[in-house]
Design a protein. Sequence first.
Length: 269
Amino acid sequence: MPELTVGQFSLVYNAFSFTFAAMLATFAFLILSRGEVAPKYRVALTLSSLVVLIAGYHYLRIFESWDAAFAFTDGVYVATGAQFNDAYRYIDWLLTVPLLVAELVAVLGLARRQAGWMTFRLGTAAALMIILGYPGEVATDTGTRLLWGTLSTIPFVYILYVLFAQLGDTIQKQPDNVRVLLRNARLLLLATWGFYPIVFLLPVLTGGAVSATAGVLVAVQVGYVIADVAAKCGYGILIFFIARAKSESEQAAEPMLQNARQTAPAVGR
């Protein structure tokens, strides 16, 4: 591990602390907001709650690992010999990334069979994306990192194809306000997930391993923090707004449907 200045160590330390707090705050918000959406959409909020709860736990472990890996000596932070366990982040992603795509499917309100098959395909692709990316993350040479990064991109592209091509017609059938929110949710996934490869490639672009230089190490950790907060907290709150908007639209349409049912027999006579 490289030697860190006080500013570099504190930046990562505070970023981990902020992320842990943000995940727990989002979890509390989603749990307390379940009553504002229709029962059929509460499963989406449950999945969102699980995502930030799992991520919050793992960020606590990452925070503790970071603190144990360095000690303040002669005005700088030096390695203690304890390993900084970055694998917590990949364990987190393996659990939460499939849930992120499942949230979007759940809030669409698709038929059970269609939703189940869609969730299985997207969840499997998401898990493969994380599994294939990990060997590259821990690799010490550029070739291995690029190889596994490329393989990890294949399921990522498939997920984008499903979200933007196959779900396009379903999203177009939603009410106008819901349609805008769903489009924003897809774009948020694209923006945040697209940020991970950039951070993943930082060691390649800077010519060093993740832990080889202080600048790269700090940039990777802060970059992943930014992406995680947006992809989990921001996305989870957006899922809540989609669920609430759909609930309100369906509640407003219910009286008209009841009137149509009541007048239909009279028309027939």
